[in-house]
Design a binder for this molecule. Structure first.
Ligand SMILES: *Cc1c(COP(=O)(O)O)cnc(C)c1O
Length: 364
């Protein structure tokens, strides 16, 4: 079976974990700091703060930006639900902005139309590893004094105009096992803003500045040094693994060109896509639908994934939620019924790639 995701922790992680075990410093210690420094260099930001996971990174970023009960947060409905859950957990009200049909990221024109005087934060998602129109979004938000929080959970190392994601607004990364790099569970917040960085550091550690000096009501969103040790070893492989993802994506695009009804992923001019997913779309011109293609691939021992089968608001728990504004998003709904992610991970062999291309061609 060719899988959609494979986890291969580099052997170098083992010595680093042992180093932490022997040091006796197990949380928010030197190994966590080492991982944070890696993200400061990856994102070219002044600060990076590790958190317990990507969801708590989003929550802390929102809270540090002063977003709370009654504040309006805009995001896209075509994302992993953590983006929505994080905004709801700080008490914010969520409204959605539709996506573009080429990169599946927030439509800046739709954002311009949706933003209101109540809007306090916008959370674009760099979905599948492709940057949202982040410079445009920052520009729109700047005029209105709205905070931009980048959901970069899937986009470690992606960039727009040569500038890394996570450096435009407040960046939030996930280090969950299936992401482009992992620490098991973990998250990172990046920023150039000293005040935001300071508030995040205090909030993640029970609101404590110095020992037993509580400044605000905080949380325990710290990362362990054991997890950070895995993250440090994974980070060392990130550049090479990202190159392999990009090469695999290029090979798949070459092999799958010119098939009726098959829409391939694009890399917008000036952007660097890090292919967390290689997501194709079967539009009206296709002979079969997305689920049939997935079935045929499975029969050929090739796994695939649907990220995501529905718009985020299209579940009873959100439809019934008093803080979620329900509005139909036609592009997101269409795309949710058409997308299928094919394996693109760095551990595919050339013959795996040939098999994927042959099986998709045969099915379509
Ligand atoms: C994975 C993910 C998150 C949440 O990260 P966790 O580390 O799983 O909490 C948030 N947003 C997006 C788009 C994600 O893919």
């Amino acid at each position: 079976m060719i899988k959609v995701t494979e986890v291969h922790i580099p052997p170098a992680a083992e010595a680093l974990v042992v180093e932490v075990l022997r040091s006796g410093v197990l949380a928010q210690g030197p190994m966590v700091r080492r991982l944070e420094e890696s993200f400061e260099s990856l994102c070219a930001t002044k600060h990076a703060m590790a958190t317990s996971n990507g969801t708590t990174a989003l929550e802390l970023a929102l809270e540090a930006a002063g977003i709370g009960p009654g504040d309006e947060v805009l995001t896209t409905p075509f994302t992993f639900v953590a983006t929505v859950n994080a905004a709801l957990s700080v008490g914010a009200r969520v409204r959605f902005v539709d996506i573009l049909p080429d990169t599946y990221t927030m439509d800046p024109e739709a954002l311009r139309a949706a933003i209101t005087p109540n809007t306090r934060a916008v959370v674009p998602v760099h979905l599948y590893g492709h940057p949202a129109h982040i410079a445009d979004i920052v520009e729109i938000c700047k005029e209105r004094d709205v905070t931009v929080i980048e959901d970069a959970a899937q986009a470690h190392g992606a960039s727009e105009g040569g500038r890394p994601v996570g450096s435009f607004g407040i960046g939030c990364f996930s280090l969950y096992a299936t992401k482009n790099m992992t620490s098991g569970e973990g998250g990172i917040i990046t920023t150039n803003d000293d005040d935001i960085a300071d508030r995040v550091r205090v909030l993640r550690n029970q609101g404590m500045r110095a020992r037993y000096q509580y400044e605000v009501v905080g949380h325990n969103h710290r990362l362990t040094d054991l997890a950070a040790a895995v993250g440090v070893a994974e980070f060392a492989e990130l550049a090479a693994r990202t190159e392999r993802r990009r090469n695999n994506a290029a090979a798949l695009c070459d092999g799958l060109r010119d098939i009726d009804g098959l829409v391939l992923p694009v890399e917008r001019d000036g952007c660097r896509h890090v292919y967390h997913q290689f997501t194709v779309r079967l539009d009206e011109g296709s002979r079969i639908d997305r689920d049939t293609l997935a079935d045929k691939l499975r029969a050929a021992d090739i796994d695939s994934g649907v990220y995501y089968p529905r718009a985020a608001y299209d579940y009873d728990c959100y439809r019934a939620h008093p803080d979620v504004h329900i509005e139909q998003m036609p592009v997101a709904e269409m795309v949710a019924s058409q997308v299928l992610s094919l394996p693109v991970h760095p551990f595919l062999s050339p013959s795996d790639l040939d098999r994927i291309v042959d099986a998709v061609r045969a099915a379509l």
